[in-house]
Design a protein around this ligand. Structure first.
Ligand SMILES: [Zn+2]
Ligand SMILES: [Zn+2]
Length: 800
């Protein structure tokens, strides 16, 4: 394809510049933008996409070229993210006319596919304009918005390689698509009611509800929602289950039908103003909420927020998002701007979100009363992204809980160029994988917990899909050290000579360093639930000193037994028992007269009647003997133990539930803290909370308010963490601290530690573009492998 523009007169003082633009500049309307900008300046030349981004040559009067260069960045299309502009002078050719040229063949693409983007203001205006030909058309989109990643089947990113392939554009849509001056020039999903996908409303048994044209289908769904029904809504990356958030009967029914589901539901509201009536929003939160990525923003819930109790029981925060597809906009417009909708992933307990029509019909039959579906297939299941904002002493900071729809597959830079293409397989829970080539890394969408067949399929298919999209044929495969992780087994089965194992917490440390472009060392406090340690025990409360190439363990949480192994994750009372046993043992050692006396750990008051006496005794025995009970330094499990000791949870339905509820229970006015000790044995620092456990148990037995107990525990742990980090940093002469790992999703802990480090004059970095939890591991693995290739270690194990 080659599109000509009016000829530019050749000025006396001609200048020709070659301009290379790097970043997210493909598939975002950049070439037609350049075409229009050059036309306005009367410039000749060309623009094209190539593997490095966009290449432009412009020729004309010196002042016109200057003007063009000055405007190029500031006026770029909304979805473009320019990382670098390189300009070179060229000999003027005497060209006339400006053209959009075809891409040269060969070379691997850098940014062939961009993330899905929320409906833009122009499309939204047309959607709600009765005079527009796409009035109430639920699939309206343009170059500045619409689905991308979720509809792509292959490359080049062109209509035949998307799930829009079966829809043939009508003459009017085709004319828009081919006109460089049009907002829909090369908008691959471009469609209208005459030629594009359509919606329909189904009953739970799959029978179509008879309604008229598209608009009426949405209206009928809105009416059903208004009446308190549960409607499954097919979105961009999968199905949601929706119901009115102010209708307790509807929300409770949804919770009951989803089975054992305790996780808070996210809600969708029409505007940022409506969101401000539910949660407290700062400037950054508002910007995230309104951005084209449209994540779920977790923010402190306002006391008068009009949502039913079952929406987010026991949570201080509420997850809020704005409509991001035209279908959402229509639903909320029909329901009224003040309506709050529950919009939760359509799945049953731990299964992945439903995204294929037939599958959704089968799985959601017993949950939804109606299904609002459409015939534009979703190629890749992509969950909603989840973010929150934390207050750092230097200002508000983004914290990513889940990075998926809206952010994926945008590339991230790697500090060291990967000499050979890399596949990093990630961890087990909240898995993502990462492909890397040169200085670019592409982290996958949130895959989920690699524990069932369906998730494993999503994982293996996802890897193949990314390999095709980014034309990466991995030669180096990186994996976690845990031999039983399905991701490690996948790596072992790969046909490669270059297999690199990276320790779990080192990957967390490396991911954060690499994301911030840090080349040197940092001291990391990496706190999470589980990670395979170099000594074969379960790590999860680690103080590491290291860089991308390697690390040294300089401290950790006091190791205790994990009674019954993985069962202890679902049954926090087991960890309560293990920590009580450890605390009592310490006390007995302390008091010499008790030396030979057999201690028996008794069920604490808060757990009495919730745990069987016999089971408790058995677990106390396991905790002492270590039978079937590996040793762990996990801070996540310490939180579980404290949550159980406070009587919050004897058993949980998802990992970290007790910790989430413990944080929510904190009394912000409480200023006290429990004792905690920090010791050093010449090699390692040990954060020892046994005194903390004893003191808080005494408080709970004495009936001290839960809010005070929870706050004092958080204060003790953050104080010990700060003290340990300050000691390591000063003895190692390092002023950079990394805070990462899933436990740091805890806002209270993270903010207290950051404040303490700041007061001590240390610089603390946290992951901001990638998840703080295990979703960030794959990128860290890739960064380590790239560094090892760039400067192989002289001797010893690469990452040990
Ligand atoms: Zn648009
Ligand atoms: Zn059309």
């Amino acid at each position: 394809m080659s599109v000509g523009a009016p000829a530019a007169g050749r000025a006396a003082l001609a200048r020709r510049a070659r301009v290379r633009v790097e970043g997210t500049v493909q598939g975002v309307g950049f070439r037609p933008y350049v075409y229009r900008l050059a036309g306005r300046q009367g410039l000749a030349g060309f623009v094209l996409n190539d593997p490095r981004g966009v290449l432009i040559e412009v020729e004309g009067s010196t002042s016109a070229v200057e003007e063009f260069l000055a405007r190029l960045g500031p006026e770029a299309p909304p979805l473009a993210a320019i990382e670098r502009v390189l300009t070179e002078e060229r000999e003027p050719h005497g060209d006339s006319g400006f053209a959009i040229l075809d891409s040269p063949r060969g070379g691997a693409p850098d940014a062939p596919v961009t993330p899905d983007s929320a409906t833009c203001p122009d499309c939204l205006r047309e959607l709600l304009d009765p005079g527009d030909r796409r009035y109430r058309y639920p699939f309206i989109n343009c170059t500045n918005c619409g689905p991308r990643f979720t509809i792509v089947r292959g490359i080049p990113y062109d209509r035949p390689f998307t799930t829009m392939a079966s829809f043939t554009m009508c003459a009017r849509c085709r004319a828009e698509y081919e006109d460089p001056a049009d907002r829909r020039f090369h908008a691959q999903p471009n469609a209208c009611a005459q030629c594009g996908p359509s919606v329909s409303l189904l009953r739970a048994d799959g029978e179509r509800v008879p309604v008229g044209p598209a608009g009426d289908v949405v209206r009928a769904a809105a009416e059903a929602l208004c009446d308190g029904r549960i409607v499954a809504v097919k979105g961009i990356g999968g199905f949601h289950l929706a119901c009115r958030a102010d209708d307790e009967a509807a929300v409770a029914a949804l919770r009951a039908r989803k089975h054992r589901e305790d996780r808070p539901f996210a809600v969708m509201v029409a505007t940022a103003q409506a969101a401000g009536g539910l949660v407290r929003l700062g400037e950054l939160e508002r910007a995230l909420l309104c951005g084209p990525e449209r994540p779920i923003v977790l923010a402190p819930r306002l006391p008068y927020a009009a949502v039913a109790p079952s929406v987010a029981p026991g949570a201080q925060e509420l997850g809020v998002m704005l409509p991001y597809s035209p279908l959402h906009h229509l639903l909320l417009a029909d329901l009224g701007v003040d309506t709050t909708l529950v919009m939760t992933s359509a799945n049953v307990s731990d299964e992945p979100i439903a995204f294929r029509d037939e599958d959704a019909k089968a799985r959601l039959r017993d949950i939804a009363d109606l299904l609002l579906v459409h015939d534009r297939p979703i190629q890749t299941r992509t969950d909603d992204s989840v973010v929150r904002v934390v207050d750092a002493p230097t200002g508000p900071r983004r914290l990513v809980v889940r990075r998926s729809r809206g952010y994926v597959p945008a590339g991230l830079p790697l500090p060291d160029p990967a000499e050979r293409p890399i596949l990093a397989c990630g961890a087990e829970l909240k898995n993502t994988f990462c492909l890397a080539r040169g200085t670019r890394a592409w982290v996958s969408h949130h895959i989920g917990d690699l524990e069932n067949y369906e998730t494993l399929c999503a994982y293996t298919e996802g890897i193949e899909h990314f390999k095709r999209l980014f034309e990466v044929e991995p030669e180096v495969v990186v994996h976690d050290l845990h031999p039983e992780y399905l991701s490690s087994k996948y790596a072992a089965d790969c046909d490669t000579e270059w297999l690199v194992g990276v320790q779990h917490h080192h990957a967390h440390l490396a991911a954060c360093l690499a994301e911030h472009g840090e080349q040197g060392s940092g001291v990391g406090a990496i706190f999470d639930g589980t990670g395979y340690g170099l000594d074969g025990t379960v790590w999860g409360g680690e103080l590491l000193l290291g860089d991308l190439a390697g690390f040294r363990r300089v401290g950790r949480l006091l190791p205790v037994r994990l009674p019954g192994g993985a069962r202890a994750i679902r049954e926090p009372w087991r960890m309560a028992c293990a920590w009580l046993a450890a605390a009592e043992e310490a006390e007995a050692e302390h008091e010499a007269e008790h030396e030979d006396c057999e201690h028996e750990t008794k069920i604490p008051l808060a757990l009495r009647g919730r745990v069987e006496e016999r089971a408790w005794r058995q677990v106390a025995q396991l905790a002492r003997t270590g039978l079937q009970s590996p040793v762990t330094t996990s801070v996540g499990r310490l939180f579980d133990a404290v949550g159980a000791l406070c009587g919050l949870r004897a058993r949980v339905n998802y990992e970290g539930q007790a910790a989430v509820e413990l944080e929510a229970a904190c009394d912000p006015a409480e200023r006290g803290h429990y004792p905690i000790s920090l010791s050093h044995d010449g090699e390692l620092f040990t954060i020892d909370p046994r005194e903390t456990i004893r003191a808080l148990s005494t408080d709970v037995e004495a009936g001290v308010a839960l809010g005070a107990v929870a706050s004092r525990f958080h204060a003790a742990l953050s104080a010990a963490t700060v003290e340990a980090l300050v000691c390591v940093a000063s003895s190692e002469g390092c002023d950079l601290v990394v805070l990462s790992g899933g436990v740091f999703q805890n806002r209270r802990l993270l903010e207290a530690v950051m404040a303490g480090l700041h007061a001590a004059g240390l610089r603390a970095i946290t992951p901001e573009r990638l998840p703080v939890g295990d979703g960030g591991i794959s990128y860290g693995q890739a960064a380590v492998a790239a560094r090892l290739m760039a400067s192989p270690p002289g001797r010893g194990e690469p990452t040990a």
